[in-house]
Design a protein around this ligand. Structure first.
Ligand SMILES: [Zn+2]
Ligand SMILES: [Zn+2]
Length: 222
């Protein structure tokens, strides 16, 4: 299992980073990113804490845990700045909390995210436009198919617009509690539910994560 979008008590999740990694490893995860919500103030403490927990867990257990961030409800003008700061501090996966249809995310957030070369994943992009998806394709920003309640309502739209624009997609849990972590079966169900064929679902769960890892320059050594 791959999962590039999870939360701990460093933001609004329930577990410590090291416990979340332990729980994920126990249910068969091989690669994960922890991407707590960040703004300008908590960016440094989140990234530096996650780096330590991810390094220790990855060195002792057979799981690759990557420190990351989810830039959340940051003014759109500042998204690229925070993304580049996160990168400089050592975040391996930089997500932006997109314009999900279930939260009042500032309009223009999707465009700012896909326009930034420092962003890896636009999480739950809601009713993303074809032009935004095209920009995502040009900049190598992955669009997220969300397994999260509510955020996932727009998955069918995201998959269709991404395909037409040639943008890549990736499936994540957006887990805030251990029960939200993915199983292979559930991830497959979400992919099929978004309207993908069996083959495209397999691609979403296997090929896309590997391409994302290659893009961020991370190798898993098993
Ligand atoms: Zn959250
Ligand atoms: Zn999230």
């Amino acid at each position: 299992m791959y999962d590039f979008h999870t939360h701990t008590f460093l933001s609004d999740g329930v577990l410590s980073p090291i416990e979340l990694i332990r729980r994920a490893h126990h249910i068969g995860y091989e690669t994960m990113a922890i991407t707590d919500h960040v703004g300008p103030g908590n960016l440094e403490v989140v990234v530096s804490t996650l780096i330590k927990d991810c390094e220790m867990a990855s060195s002792r257990w057979d799981i690759l845990a990557l420190p990351g961030v989810e830039i959340t409800h940051v003014p759109k003008e500042d998204i690229d700045l925070i993304a580049s700061e996160a990168r400089r501090m050592g975040a391996k996966v930089v997500n932006v909390h997109g314009e999900t249809i279930v939260e009042p995310v500032e309009p223009g957030t999707n465009l700012a995210a896909v326009s930034s070369r420092n962003v890896d994943i636009l999480a739950h992009p809601g009713l993303i436009t074809p032009d935004e998806a095209k920009t995502a394709a040009e900049n190598g920003v992955f669009l997220e198919v969300s397994a999260r309640r509510g955020h996932g309502f727009a998955n069918g739209h995201v998959v269709r617009v991404a395909r037409e624009a040639g943008a890549r997609t990736v499936l994540d849990s957006d887990a805030h509690a251990p029960a939200d972590l993915l199983t292979r079966e559930f991830a497959m169900t979400v992919a099929l539910g978004a309207g993908l064929s069996e083959e495209d679902s397999h691609d979403l769960l296997e090929t896309a994560p590997r391409d994302l890892l290659a893009k961020i320059g991370v190798k898993r050594d098993t």
